[in-house]
Ligand binder design. Structure first.
Ligand code: NI
Length: 167
């Protein structure tokens, strides 16, 4: 496995639209393994392929206490959603920034697993938030884009300063 480098907001590559995975093969499974290693090392609870500059519809999440329940979603689709919940979100592509985002509280999602088998999952709470956050990445959306323009500008300035000092 290998650690992958993460794109950081406001990198324009975070706004690319990911293409559907045509075939779930060993190269996809290798990418998923590398994404998992990268996510756990960060540490984070979710990662989209977009964030490692691979523009294919793949997300992984692990919202378990002990980081031992990796969930993989290839070509995910939200079939239905219900309720509303506001939760604090953060993103490995926007380090150090957290804010409250309003989203549906429960979703039904359909996707392929790492073997290419289709499954449907009912998710709610933190897991539902996390899946929606990661799916947004696949359509080029970063969570800070739900915030006011003023906040977005402040975050961009902060991120640019940070990348200058990081070299
Ligand atoms: Ni994110």
């Amino acid at each position: 496995m290998a650690l992958l480098s993460l794109l950081h907001y406001p990198d324009p590559r975070l706004h690319k639209i990911a293409a559907p995975v045509k075939q779930v093969d060993d190269s996809i499974r290798k990418l998923i393994d590398d994404m998992a290693e990268t996510m756990y090392a960060a540490p984070g609870i979710g990662l989209a392929a977009t964030q490692v500059n691979v523009h294919q519809r793949i997300i992984i999440v692990d919202t378990s206490e002990n980081n031992d329940r990796l969930q993989v979603f290839i070509n995910p689709e939200i079939l239905s959603s219900a309720g509303e919940a506001e939760r604090e979100e953060g993103c490995l592509s926007v380090p150090g920034i957290y804010d409250r985002i309003l989203r549906p509280d429960a979703i039904t999602v359909r996707a392929l697993d790492r073997e290419g088998n289709s499954f449907t999952l009912d998710a709610q709470g933190l897991l539902a938030t996390c899946i929606q956050h990661e799916m947004d990445h696949l359509v080029g959306k970063v969570f800070v884009e739900y915030l006011s323009q003023l906040k977005q500008n402040r975050i961009k300035t902060k991120m640019r300063k940070r990348s200058r000092t990081a070299g």
